[in-house]
Design a protein around this ligand. Structure first.
Ligand SMILES: [Zn+2]
Length: 306
């Protein structure tokens, strides 16, 4: 072979090797460590949840406001084919005296369809969520991404909701808050919630800082009067398999979403261990409709809002 031809082959092989190496890194997940120091123990959560000595909530409800699909490849690293159904849902904690707290605020149709083409909103459910937010004593979010928060920023009742919105400093100033409608003007009309590590928002409802998927991500622990327990994990996992395996979505998704994959890997280890040691604690993955269908079917969660 002539020298220039050999050089071309060498370059091509080099490019191919770099491409294969890139794909091997991009399509695999940040490994989940064997152990982690992340997160409070279940006894710490239970102690804080019941520390006010006031009645715990009596119901945990949910409403599905929209649906979409996601390629399996983007949800669990190594799953190359197929798709997962996605649900966009909000939750409601109900107290015996009729007070309620809304957890995650949904997304208006325009924002959802603009940023997640192929997803659609159920207008009736969305307006029921808006009405429930008007009646709520407090509204808190797992994180600031638009599919969980724009229902506040773009609410026709924003002025009414504003005093009861309990978004954290990180959520209000997160780099993607503006995409969800939290412009300077909107943020200026909300009072940020400030806390370190854990916060008792209401009896039986504890917030736990968990930055990683976004800077403002938090876990929401709910304990009901009858002993039922839930931990809303937001988008730390996109499917319960992320926790069970435990394996994250691929690094490419970390890069595109601008996530801290290392932090999320520790959180997945924490959730995996928590599930093993405390099987009665129901982990609620924000977009996993199959998991929620199981919780509804077992009567642990009620469908529709009060
Ligand atoms: Zn989400």
């Amino acid at each position: 072979m002539k020298k220039p031809v050999r050089r071309v082959w060498k370059v091509l092989l080099g490019v191919l090797a770099v491409g294969v190496l890139f794909l091997a890194i991009a399509l695999t997940a940040v490994p989940v460590p064997e152990r982690t120091d992340f997160g409070p123990s279940i006894s710490e959560l239970r102690a804080l949840a019941t520390s006010a000595g006031e009645p715990l909530p009596t119901e945990f409800r949910r409403i599905a406001v929209g649906a979409g699909v996601m390629p399996a490849l983007a949800v669990v690293a190594g799953r190359l084919f197929g798709t997962y159904p996605l649900v966009y849902q909000a939750h409601q904690v109900v107290y015996g005296d009729g007070r309620t707290v809304i957890l995650d605020a949904g997304c208006d149709a325009r924002t959802l369809e603009a940023h997640l083409p192929g997803s659609h909103l159920d207008a009736g459910s969305y307006s029921r969520l808006q009405e429930a937010m008007r009646r709520a004593d407090a509204i808190a979010l797992t994180h600031e991404h638009f599919d969980h928060s724009s229902g506040i920023a773009h609410s026709p009742y924003f002025d009414e909701l504003a005093p009861r919105v309990m978004m954290t400093e990180e959520q209000l100033h997160g780099r993607e808050a503006e995409m969800a409608g939290f412009t300077g003007d909107v943020v200026g009309r909300l009072k940020p919630l400030r806390y370190e590590r854990m916060h008792l928002l209401r009896p039986g409802l504890v917030l736990i800082k968990a930055p990683g998927h976004t800077p403002g991500t938090q876990l929401l622990y709910v304990r009901l009067a009858d002993g039922r327990e839930f931990l809303l994990v937001g988008d730390i996992a996109w499917h319960q398999d992320n926790i069970w395996l435990p394996r994250m979505h691929p690094r490419l998704v970390n890069w595109l979403v601008r996530e801290d994959g290392e932090a999320m890997a520790h959180q997945l280890r924490y959730l995996h261990e928590l599930r093993k040691t405390t099987p009665e604690l129901e982990l609620v993955v924000a977009h996993d409709e199959t998991q929620m269908a199981g919780l509804l079917q077992r009567g642990l969660v009620q469908d529709g809002l009060r």
